[in-house]
Design a protein around this ligand. Structure first.
Ligand code: PGA
Length: 255
């Protein structure tokens, strides 16, 4: 399966910083072949990124969306608005949105459904907190998050879905999960999808690991049986380090 590596910039980069990043990344894009690469800028920089990345194999994603197409939802952005920029992906249910903005499983499920309905591919984030991990309930948390998010999804959409396993304690902490933990959780995710949608669908599902991924440790994740890429925060903010990370991933799966 082709690796998928996504840059999640979070609340970083103005338009001018975005342009600078894109120009730098484009000078390396020929070295990314065989890896699906996307960048997810903030909404305000999407237009600039779309213009700069015209003709590039590097794709664009958004970091969030509202489930409704339009309406009285001050400050929100809808799928049709995102599609205007030629976006292909949207991150849904990131732990920062779940924990800092109060998004619950039902709300996340609505966004997954709305993304598919509009033609966007959701990158659905799941993962346990440190407390949940210490209580030994990681499996239960993943099952609860996935069952809710996939409730109304058609089986043929699973091949367009990306699930990002992001243990909350590993995000932005410099403390990445061990390869063993990432593989165990990803295997569990694939099994859960298999029990609901069947073996064929589960085999076509792409699962990313996210949480303190960098060029120096990406090889230990992308070579795992059940991991097909990474969702990258901090290490995606500099074009040079993000490019190095993508190239390290490509090299690791080729060896
Ligand atoms: P990080 O963030 O790479 O900075 O840990 C990952 C994420 O939140 O998607």
């Amino acid at each position: 399966m082709e690796l998928i590596i996504a840059a999640n910039w979070k609340m970083h980069k103005t338009v001018s910083e975005t342009i600078e990043f894109c120009r730098s990344l484009r000078s390396d894009e020929a070295a990314f072949s065989g890896v699906e690469v996307l960048i997810c800028p903030p909404f305000t920089a999407l237009a600039a990124a779309a213009e700069e990345m015209t003709g590039s194999p590097v794709k664009l994603g958004a970091q969030n969306m509202h489930r409704e197409k339009q309406g009285a939802y001050t400050g929100e952005v809808s799928a049709p608005m995102l599609l205007e920029f030629g976006l292909e992906y949207v991150i849904v249910g990131h732990s920062e949105r779940r924990h800092l903005m109060g998004e619950d499983d039902t709300l996340v499920a609505g966004k997954v459904e709305a993304a598919f309905a509009s033609g966007l591919k959701p990158i659905l984030c799941v993962g346990e907190t440190e407390e949940e991990r210490e209580q030994g309930v990681t499996g239960k948390v993943l099952e609860r998050q996935l069952t809710a998010a996939l409730e109304n999804i058609a089986p043929e959409n699973i091949s367009k879905l990306v699930i990002a396993y992001e243990p909350v304690w590993a995000i932005g902490t410099g403390k990445a999960a061990s390869a063993e933990d990432a593989e165990n959780a990803s295997g569990l995710i694939r099994n859960l999808v298999q029990s609901q949608f069947g073996k064929g669908a589960a085999a076509g599902l792409r699962i990313q690991y996210g949480g303190s991924v960098k060029a120096e440790n990406i090889d230990s994740f992308v070579t795992l049986k059940n991991v097909d890429g990474a969702l990258v925060g901090g290490a995606s903010l500099e074009a040079v380090s993000f490019s190095a990370l993508v190239q390290a991933a490509r090299k690791a799966v080729r060896n």
